[in-house]
Design a protein. Structure first.
Length: 80
């Protein structure tokens, strides 16, 4: 396990060492989870969010819009 020292700013911010950010692929504006254990704080990267995919897929011509797709689902959906 690698142990490095960093400083807490007046605002309570901590800079993650670059080597660790690189190892865990934590990029600027990435999300992390911060959890509290008995006497330690754990910081863990969060995987990609579904919203990160917005705008990456092209909608084929003639495909129904969001509202049409929702209407179709509501009309054709049945519970077991």
């Amino acid at each position: 396990m690698q142990i490095l020292t960093t400083t807490v700013t007046q605002k309570g911010q901590v800079t993650l060492p670059k080597m660790m950010r690189d190892m865990l692929n934590i990029l600027p504006n990435s999300k992390v989870v911060v959890s509290l254990a008995k006497e330690s704080i754990k910081i863990k990267p969060v995987g990609p969010d579904i919203l990160d995919l917005a705008g990456t897929f092209k909608i084929p011509k003639g495909a129904p819009g969001v509202l049409e797709a929702r209407e179709f689902m509501e009309k054709n959906y049945s519970r077991f």
